[in-house]
Each structure stands twice: as structure tokens, then as C-alpha cells.
Design a protein around this ligand. Sequence first.
Ligand SMILES: [Zn+2]
Length: 274
Amino acid sequence: MPELPEVETIRVYLQAILPGRQVTAVHHLDGRMVKMGSWDSAGIAAHLPGLMVQSMERRGKYLLLRFRGNVWLVVHLGMSGRLVMAETDQPWKNHTHMVLEFSGGQELRLVDPRRFGRLGWFEAENPDAFLFLGPEPLGRSFTGRYLRSRLGNRTTAIKSLLLDQALVAGLGNIYADEALFKARIHPLTPGQDLSEDAVIRLTRAIRSVLREGIRHRGTSFSDYVDALGHPGENQEYLTVYGRAGRPCVRCKEPIRSIVIHQRTSHFCQHCQLP
Ligand SMILES: [Zn+2]
């Protein structure tokens, strides 16, 4: 599933080419993908043509096409969604659920075989008026003090807490596992049991693994590709995620995997202490 680094990689590319371009037509908009916002697919298809892109933004794992006039088209890629630019004469692939044709002759296409992605149309000055998310982990408000205050007396496993988008926006299974390994914290540790020192290590580790992920243009296991259709490279640099049974990069003990709240967690029993 695309997490912050993958979505940010897509955003950076689209930000370089879309601002100032106008939507000339909307094709193929699948009403089943419109799961939020103030218009259904017919409303979106009617309102988009003629709008000019002001900027391409991101909040957590959401991509935000900001149009002039405080209008936002919000895209969440779900499990398998891809948002790619293509020339208008390239044939549409199966499972294409939205095509935005732009002035200048290119198209932005949403392809999502499993349809866990979602779309929505919002009108507001700031996306925080309609997306209710915790702070950006690479932003200034995500501090050790903030995280400590939100962990409070929570008895839930820290791994599950990190996946709560209202606590911190943008982390998913891959980068949560990587951050916990880097901070040497066992994924089952109850939130309330993290020492002040551990919380500081964790905030630093989260920022570090996300920056690394962005630097390597995202992690591609099966579905993720960037807006040009290219896979990322961060899978080559992972320490625990997807490495069950292989030796820990620190201590050589085999990496273990367990299921915590229906999500598989990867960790080193020797290096990550409860
Ligand atoms: Zn280890």
C-alpha cells in the first residue's frame, strides 16, 4: 500500500508538470471510487473541465490536486491504486477508474484493480477542514513531546498506534516496522510503556525512515509505481519489512513476523525490546 514516501514521490513529479494546466475533459470516472466529498461522479465530471491546477499537494497518504478557487480533488490510492501520467494516444489499461485530460495533451490516469482507493471533491481553503489527520511526521509539530502526550496511558501495541492516521499521518505497515526496528522498540510494547528516551528515538526513527524512503523514490513490492510508471528502489534498503526468516542486519538472528491487529509485523526479537 502506498505510504507517505510513495505518495510524496508521485506528488513531486506531478507538481513539476501540472500547475498552470487546465482540465479539458474527464473520462471513465467510476462512481464507486467516489467515497467522500461533496459531489458524486456526475457532479465531479461536470465541474472539473475548465479548472486550472494551482498546485499538487499531499496530506498523509492523500494526494491533493488543488485547483484555483479553493477546489480540491482528493485521491487516496488504497491498496493497489496507481496515478500515472500518459500521452492521450496511449490505450487505457484495464481497471482505469478516472482519466483527467489536460491542456497540452497529456492525461492523468487512476488505475486501481482492487478499487480500495477513493476519490472526493472538496471546497475549502485548507485540507484540514475536510481531512481529519494527525500531524505530518516530517513537519514541525511532530515532536517527542507531542507523541508522548498522545501515547498517554494507551495500552494498545505501539505498532498499531503508529498506523492510526489521527495520531500521525502517512505511516503504514512498511515504514512503521522499519521505524520501530531503527528505534529498537518491540512492536507489541504498549504505548504507555515507552520511556521518554524511547519516544524521542521513535520520532527520529520515523522521520529518518520516511526521508530515506523518499530519497529512494518509494518502496515497490507488487503494485506501487511512480507517476511515470517506474518502481521505487527503497525495497533494496529495508531492514525488517518483508525479511522474515532472513538475518537481522544488526545481530544476524532471523527476523520474525507476527500478526498484530490483523497486520503482519516484522521485527528482530533480539534487537527490539519490549
Ligand atoms: Zn537483531
